[in-house]
Design a protein around this ligand. Sequence first.
Ligand SMILES: Nc1ncnc2c1ncn2[C@@H]1O[C@H](COP(=O)(O)OP(=O)(O)OP(=O)(O)O)[C@@H](O)[C@H]1O
Length: 246
Amino acid sequence: MTSTIVLDQISKSFGKKTVLNNISITVNSGQIFGLIGPSGSGKTTLVKIIVGMDQPSNGQVQVLNTKVPNLNLLQEIGYMAQADALYNDLTGQENLAFFAKLYKLNKHVQNERIAYAADLVNLTPHLTKKVQNYSGGMKRRLSLAVALIHDPQILILDEPTVGIDPELRKSIWAEITRLKNDGKTILITTHVMDEAEKCDQLAMVRDGEIISSGSPLDLKNHYEINSLEEVFLKAGGEKDENNRIS
Ligand SMILES: Nc1ncnc2c1ncn2[C@@H]1O[C@H](COP(=O)(O)OP(=O)(O)OP(=O)(O)O)[C@@H](O)[C@H]1O
């Protein structure tokens, strides 16, 4: 297991407003790392800094031992943003092919990856439809397929299963777990506590700070309660002394 994502004392302000305050996190390969926290706590801002779309006001990010931002890293990261970045005038197939070409996959690999990613998110029968005719959930699923298209080492998924039905959510999680077992690094933001349960490590973010972190079990033991839902509610009301549980 190696450290894939290292955040060192990251802070971020927009004007006078501090939205991230001194965040340090290490995410290892073969690990699903979950960022959980209330809306507006800073999760998306943190994720954007990791992928190099935004710059921290202070601190450093390293991904695969390379300082972010670095264009070469884009080949190694699959990023699924909260807002879908898709071409509405193109079909699902054309969208996937566009991104596959961008990552310079050869034609044979392209076809294989498109088939795999579309199948994973149950979009194979809909690939010839234009994205403008997709439902919100279908667009989310296509965005996830795009994030996976180049078989990246690192997956960064910002609320990937919003609008996705429970059955498909289950198969997507089975695949995320398989990818983790393959040694990929997965960073995920979620509001869904049964998804948080599936993470190896969690960091709870509130008001731009990590108020507690550890495995789901560590968090539950620390707060002496049985469900992460309760941890989430309880942690919202108190700050951890040393920001660390285990
Ligand atoms: N470009 C920006 N300019 C000014 N403020 C911003 C900008 N981007 C984010 N913010 C603010 O930073 C804070 C954190 O937002 P962020 O989107 O990171 O939260 P979040 O935890 O991802 O929320 P959610 O779970 O609702 O997606 C919010 O108060 C938001 O208004």
